[in-house]
Design a binder for this molecule. Structure first.
Ligand code: G3I
Length: 585
């Protein structure tokens, strides 16, 4: 058999835009073309081949509206059509962004053999082949062939797609690409990309030592735009001895700056994780002196800690977990705080809460200040939510500088109900308070007390994805500024057996849960739907001799340009060039 491969290059003036809100790119539907339109036909070395044709024809004699591309090559036994991608689209980018490719094919012969079609992706002179599933050939019927895109080459910016089939005659239509759900190298496949565009904080807790020198640090920097210290900004970590401060968390603040990320502060005033000297000092005194000692300790701590990171912390959890468990008040019906907390006993009442907010505000007037707690968030299912409402309203009405309420949201798949969170958000926002999610994890499986008796099931992972995604939609709908999870990978959570209950957004191997994808889709859909304000495109004049690095919004170098017009050939999205942000539409 003569193995002469003919290349039929197809070009049109304008290609469909890459749809930002869709996971499918329809590259060609031949109904869009005029009947009889003939595509230029060339060989791989650019020479015209006599007799070979690729023409738009009616799909049947009775239909003039349904059209197909008819490819014939009477001089050869192999049909071969190549469809070019839009000019300037990066082949590597495209290959990473799309995981599979499909087309519909009709064969002229009545021969009903099973045959395999071949997707060929050309990178310059290099070819990568991917076989479709074997499909039974049927004459006069369009059959869908699907091929995975598996390999990536690095040597060319142009990508073509070819189909090999024998004999050299076929009709083709509906050429489509299907996007990968996630690829760390494709910024718009991350939640971070969309959160950045909307100015939302999407984050996780981390610990000192994090660095983009390893996969874990890269995963954090690529997928999240905000971090909070799991333990290192707490009282025992920052002031282990009286008035001797420890700034172990500085490294994480630097990590955040290097990666254009924000930092939440957790936490200033809590009954937990206080060093012994605090209670020893307070308990050594009594009466007014005791109160004064507690005031001195907390005020000094807040001014020193908040002052140290002034201007670098977007939000502080000023007071953490001050409410008693198990309360179920009505709106306006009061609340109770933990009267055994060292701060309550030291101050002789709950006014430590008010003072802590005032001092934090004085120390950094730009930081947003939150009261944070667990088992709050579900308006009807968690009575403590209404206790929090009553407390937060008291603070707000008293003119205390409080910006909102943090729902920790340590929860489980079967129990969690995002619509209950929506009800709570409505209530808090009605009294002028923001709601944020500060420490989310959502376990599956089953426990008997703390003992795990069943790991998370596949169906629970699906429900988890739906519920995380639904929550993200709600947070965006109500313009909630922050959504934090309490850890990155399942095996590094504070929860026992978390590798089996899988509460977070990434598996132990740092591949994403379906829940991460649903959250990303929620952010992406919202950004597209609400048409987030676009960054102005400014023409930057560049000397032709000078090359400028192009960075993705998440700080990865993605290329080099020598004029701004070259940037417009990049895939749609945001880029940093010369310290400025540009939008490529
Ligand atoms: O630092 C010591 C270390 O020196 C020692 O060798 C080791 C031995 O166990 O313990 C280390 O301290 C642990 C600390 O985490 C740092 O790893 C504590 O025992 C341990 O209790 C502590 O747990 C933290 C917990 O807060 C303490 O209350 C978790 O990591 C942290 O995830 C968790 O976070 C809290 C939030 O702050 C508030 N909301 C609930 C959330 C989950 O409990």
């Amino acid at each position: 058999m003569k193995k002469l491969l003919l290349l039929f290059f197809v070009s049109i003036l304008s290609f469909p835009a890459f749809p930002a809100d869709s996971e499918v790119l329809t590259l060609y539907t031949f109904n869009d073309f005029e009947l009889g339109y003939e595509f230029p036909v060339v060989t791989s070395n650019g020479k015209q081949i006599y007799g070979a044709k690729a023409v738009i024809e009616a799909a049947s004699s009775t239909s003039k509206t349904n059209k197909l591309l008819h490819v014939t090559n009477p001089t050869d036994t192999i049909g071969y059509v190549a469809l070019e991608l839009p000019e300037g689209r990066d082949a590597i980018y495209t290959c990473k962004k799309y995981e599979s490719f499909s087309f519909q094919l009709r064969r002229p012969s009545s021969n009903t053999e099973t045959e395999t079609c071949v997707l060929e992706i050309l990178f310059g002179s290099k070819r990568v082949y991917a076989d479709s599933e074997p499909v039974k050939r049927q004459s006069d019927k369009l059959i869908t062939y699907t091929c995975p895109i598996t390999k990536v080459s690095t040597n060319n910016k142009q990508m073509r797609i070819a189909l090999l089939a024998t004999p050299a005659e076929f009709f083709i239509d509906n050429v489509k690409f299907y996007e990968v759900a996630y690829n760390i190298d494709i910024p718009d496949k991350t939640v971070r990309y969309w959160a950045d565009q909307m100015g939302k904080n999407f984050g996780t807790c981390v610990n000192p030592g994090i660095s983009t020198g390893d996969t874990f640090g890269k995963t954090v920097a690529n997928n999240f735009n905000t971090v909070v210290l799991e333990n290192s900004m707490k009282f025992d970590a920052t002031e282990p001895n009286r008035n001797q401060f420890n700034w172990n968390a500085d490294g994480v603040v630097t990590f955040a700056k290097q990666n254009n990320m924000k930092v939440r502060g957790h936490t200033l005033t809590w009954h937990g994780q206080n060093p012994d000297w605090v209670s020893n000092a307070i308990n050594a005194k009594s009466g007014a002196e005791r109160r004064q000692e507690a005031i001195n300790i907390l005020k000094n701590h807040i001014f020193k800690v908040v002052g140290h990171w002034k201007g670098q912390i977007v939000e502080w959890d000023v007071v953490n977990e001050c409410l008693n468990d198990g309360q179920n008040p009505a709106v306006g019906g009061g609340y109770s705080t933990r009267n055994w907390s060292v701060w309550y006993t030291g101050f002789g009442g709950e006014d430590y809460i008010d003072s802590a907010f005032v001092w934090a505000h004085q120390a950094d007037p730009d930081a947003k200040l939150y009261i944070n707690d667990y088992n709050v968030g579900m308006w009807n299912k968690e009575g403590k939510t209404r206790a929090m409402y009553n407390l937060a309203k008291r603070l707000k009405d008293a003119g205390i500088p409080i910006d909102g309420v943090g729902f920790q949201t340590h929860t489980s798949v079967g129990y969690f109900d995002p619509s209950e969170v929506e009800l709570s958000i409505q209530q808090f926002q009605a009294i002028g308070l923001n709601v944020i999610i500060t420490e989310m994890d959502m376990e599956g499986g089953q426990r008997n007390g703390t003992e795990l008796i069943r790991a998370i099931s596949d169906s629970e992972l699906k429900t988890q994805a739906e519920k995380y995604g639904k929550l993200a939609e709600i947070l965006l709908k109500y313009d909630c500024p922050t959504f934090m999870v309490w850890g990155v990978a399942d095996n590094r959570s504070w929860l026992d057996c978390s590798e089996n209950t899988k509460p977070l957004l990434f598996y132990a191997d740092l591949t994403p849960h379906e829940a991460y994808i649903t959250v990303r889709k929620a952010y992406q859909n919202y950004a597209v739907k609400t048409d987030v304000p676009e960054v102005e495109y400014e023409e930057l004049v560049i000397d032709n001799e000078v090359k400028l690095d192009v960075y993705s919004i998440t700080g990865q170098k993605v290329g080099v340009i020598s004029s701004m017009s070259e940037l417009q050939d990049y895939p749609a999205g945001f880029y940093i060039v010369g310290n400025k942000k540009y939008l490529v539409k």
